[in-house]
Design a protein around this ligand. Structure first.
Ligand code: PEP
Ligand code: MG
Length: 783
């Protein structure tokens, strides 16, 4: 199944976007009539409560419902009945439901409409005797959404069992947009009551989240407020609104085009790719069609844009596919851009940033992050967004500490609040107390001190106390990371993960685009070796344009070289691009997840075909081609004789090797602490591997995360590792470790221990390091 539909609709894998009607539908006309009467009511005299009372009467009459009720969110996450026609008026301001409780609470909890022909039989039905709702069988409710948050629920009910049709639900959603304007004005419920989350006050708080980009940031909060307040929900003249939409879409497209050109000019290729995928989203005809449809129903252009966003958000929230869920952020970003263009504003964020700005957002698109400008943000806190989100990839590239899944961050954090983003422990301190600030100040001073020490060793050789030379390389996946070679003094790129640039694109890059990408990486590396790994997709790394393939056990499924060998044309295109990019240079290529030598032979056969093709096309070929495998599957350890005869080098992927060694999912937090890579069994296997590689004179480089952690790196060096490929942030601490280590001594210490029965040798290795003044700095690793 492809992400792109026949009309180019990118998000149509989920039933998000329906086709627009060719002409205005009768229901659209009646919705417009209702909207304009609503608007008159809202502009009328009386208190907000009077107006809400009249509004529910009007809705009930127009929608032929016996009941229409409006529930609003109050402090403490409860919904209070604020107005009704049809239910017992005595229940108004008395009936309360928790969010999630009853059908109304369920609509609020999920932020999506619900229509039921037999409401009392629904498992969530919560009977409230004081309302007198017994006789009503059918119910249709929609959330009242304002600035992406549920502020209440609007409900109609009928005595008879009936199925509400799509048009009715849509009309009720459109009406809800207008009613939410009245709610947003703050006369019915004081917005402070909700935003300062009753229990939060302004006390110090600590929230836990998930680190997507490591590091420590201390600074002041800037709330990401891309949304403009929509003043006019209803419009008289749909044609004029459609014209405004057209103009805004046009200016938005040219602004995105300009951004693509600029990002290409400054050489940040992956940003251009991300923006390119935006351009495609922005041209999604389904999306624009839905906005047009909402305008024809009588909404202003802005309200129509917001309505479609609400709908898309509600539907994407139900979709299991993580890729599509992440794309919600891209859509939110586009929506905000379009709203700014409708208001005639530019794309840049308008607020002045403090020097030490830490951005707080519900979710953020990668282009929005880029809009803030490189070097302008110290940290980033998000309520939503997973590891595969584009924003996480860009944040890592820009080295901005990022913690996600901080639920309620926007409720708890006020603008300019002091914040601490602690990536090492996945936590955020809000308005931290003095002692917390002091302790983080100390650790930030220590890190500054460490960075100074590391910069001093930058140009010194990576040689141990007993004269063993090591090579330190870096892992990279984005063009923006290549300059780290220069800043860290690393000798090359030991692992270039080619799948990451593929993941940020909307379309499969063709051979020319891939050639350009690999060429630019080699050029930026300036003659230092770069080892390209062929596509390692599948499992949790999905590509938007790839067929979705559900697997019960994706980590052991159809991924990496398995896909490459089953889709040889795709692998050949990638190899062709690498060969072309490395013309006149050395090409180093390795294949991921090789489980048997026969797989390597098949992959090499494809490489040879491409090398022959390059020669026959009289293209300049690479001066030399070195072929390696990622050793990640334990089965290869029992084919070492054949393997070592067939490769120029081995790259040890300890992340996957440990996962398959222990049969423990590397992404399962419950298993995170269960097995240790510093266990005797695992180290014993590595010892054999290093010994055999040394005997066969096959170079082996460790590129899994183990190499980036000083204590683990010490063990690897003891076992015989002489090349480590690490995260750029870890180069300094690893070099400091090497320069303080006596490799011979630690080998003598560790060799007998790998036969022990211990669960882990971590403590013993730490004791060794302490007793031998070896520099173990566990903090500066990065993710
Ligand atoms: C590994 O498995 O150790 C590795 C480096 O590959 P990745 O983390 O990309 O799976
Ligand atoms: Mg791997």
């Amino acid at each position: 199944m492809s992400g792109a539909t026949e009309d180019g609709g990118l998000v149509s894998r989920a039933p998000i976007i329906r086709r627009q009607p060719e002409t205005m539908q009768p229901s659209a006309m009646s919705a417009r009539r209702l909207l304009s009467r609503l608007r008159d009511l809202m502009a009328g005299s009386g208190t907000a409560q009077d107006r809400l009372d009249k509004i529910v009467k009007l809705i009930a009459a127009e929608m032929v419902a016996e009941v229409c009720s409006c529930y609003l969110v109050r402090a403490g996450e409860v919904l209070e009945l604020f107005a009704t026609v049809g239910l017992n008026p005595e229940a108004v301001h008395k009936t309360r439901l928790r969010i999630g409780e009853g059908i109304v609470g369920d609509i609020a909890a999920h932020g999506r409409p619900l229509a039921l022909s037999n409401a009392p039989s629904h498992p969530n039905f919560a009977y409230r005797p004081e309302t007198g709702e017994d006789p009503y069988q059918s119910l249709c409710g929609v959330p009242l959404l304002r600035n992406g948050r549920v502020r209440g629920v609007l409900v109609i009910q009928n005595r008879q069992r009936r199925n509400y049709v799509n048009d009715e639900i849509e009309t009720l959603e459109t009406i809800a947009m207008v009613v939410s304007e009245l709610v947003g004005a703050g006369e019915l419920v004081n917005p402070q009551e909700i935003t300062t989350a009753s229990d939060a006050g302004l006390l110090p708080q600590r929230i836990k989240g998930t680190t997507l980009s490591g590091g420590l940031a201390m600074g002041h909060a800037v709330l990401h407020q891309p949304r403009l307040t929509i003043r006019e929900m209803v419009a008289e003249d749909p044609k004029a609104e459609l014209d405004r939409l057209l103009t805004a879409v046009g200016t938005m497209h040219s602004a995105i085009d300009d951004m693509v050109v600029t990002s290409q000019a400054i050489g940040s290729g992956e940003y251009a790719d991300i923006l390119e995928s935006y351009r495609m989203f922005a041209q999604d005809r389904g999306w624009l069609g839905r906005i047009r449809e909402a305008i024809l129903q009588g909404l202003s252009a802005e309200a129509a844009v917001e309505r479609v966003q609400n709908e898309t958000r509600a539907r994407l929230g139900q979709v299991a596919d993580p890729y599509l869920r992440e794309r919600q952020q891209d859509f939110d970003d586009l929506t905000n851009r379009l709203l700014r263009h409708l208001a005639g504003k530019s794309d840049e964020p308008e607020m002045r940033l403090p020097e030490d700005a830490i951005l707080v957002a519900r979710a953020l698109g990668p282009a929005e992050l880029l809009d803030y400008g490189a070097g302008k943000l110290k940290g980033l806190i998000l309520e939503e967004g997973g590891a595969t989100s584009h924003v996480a990839i860009v944040a890592r590239g820009l080295e901005i500490p990022l913690i996600t899944r901080c639920s309620r961050a926007l409720q708890l954090i006020e603008p300019l609040d002091p914040l601490i983003v602690d990536g090492a422990n996945g936590q955020v301190f809000i308005r931290p107390s003095e002692d917390i600030v002091e302790s983080y100040n100390r650790s930030s001073q220590l890190s500054a001190e460490r960075r100074r020490l590391y910069s001093e060793v930058r140009d010194l050789p990576a040689v141990t106390q007993d004269g063993e030379h090591l090579q330190i390389l870096i892992n990279a996946s984005l063009q923006i990371e290549v300059p780290h070679l220069e800043s860290t003094g690393a000798e090359g790129i030991g692992l270039y993960r080619t799948e990451i640039p593929f993941m940020v694109r909307a379309e499969y890059p063709d051979v020319h685009q891939q050639t350009e990408l690999y060429r630019s990486i080699l050029d930026s590396a300036g003659g230092r070796p770069v080892t390209f790994r062929t596509l390692d997709v599948g499992g949790d790394k999905t590509l938007p344009y790839f067929p979705e393939y559900k697997e019960e056990n994706p980590a052991m499924g159809w991924r990496a070289i398995r896909i490459g060998l089953d889709r040889p044309a795709m692998l050949r295109v990638q190899l062709r691009a690498m060969i072309r990019a490395a013309a006149g240079k050395e090409l180093r290529v390795m294949f991921p997840l090789i489980a048997e030598v026969a797989e390597l032979d098949s992959a090499r056969h494809l490489l040879n075909l491409e090398l022959e093709r390059a020669r026959s096309e009289l293209r300049q070929a690479p001066t030399d081609v070195k072929v390696g495998v990622m050793l990640e599957v334990p089965s290869l350890l029992w084919q070492l004789d054949e393997l070592l005869k067939s490769v120029d080098f081995i790259s040890l992927g300890t992340n996957d090797l440990a996962q398959y060694f222990y049969a423990a999912d590397r992404n399962n937090p419950r298993l995170g602490q269960r097995f240790d890579v510093l266990s005797p069994g695992f180290l014993n296997a590595l010892l054999t591997l290093f010994d055999r590689c040394r005997a066969a004179r096959v170079p082996i480089c460790v590129c899994g995360e183990m190499a980036s952690r000083p204590l683990e790196a010490m063990a690897l060096i003891a076992l015989g590792a002489r090349t480590l490929s690490v995260t750029p942030q870890a180069v300094g601490s690893i070099k400091a470790l090497i320069r303080s280590l006596n490799a011979g001594r630690v080998r003598v210490f560790l060799s007998p221990l790998v036969k022990s029965r211990d669960h882990s040798l971590r403590d013993k290795l730490r004791d060794f390091a302490r007793d031998h003044q070896t520099a173990i700095d566990d903090v500066a690793v990065g993710v």
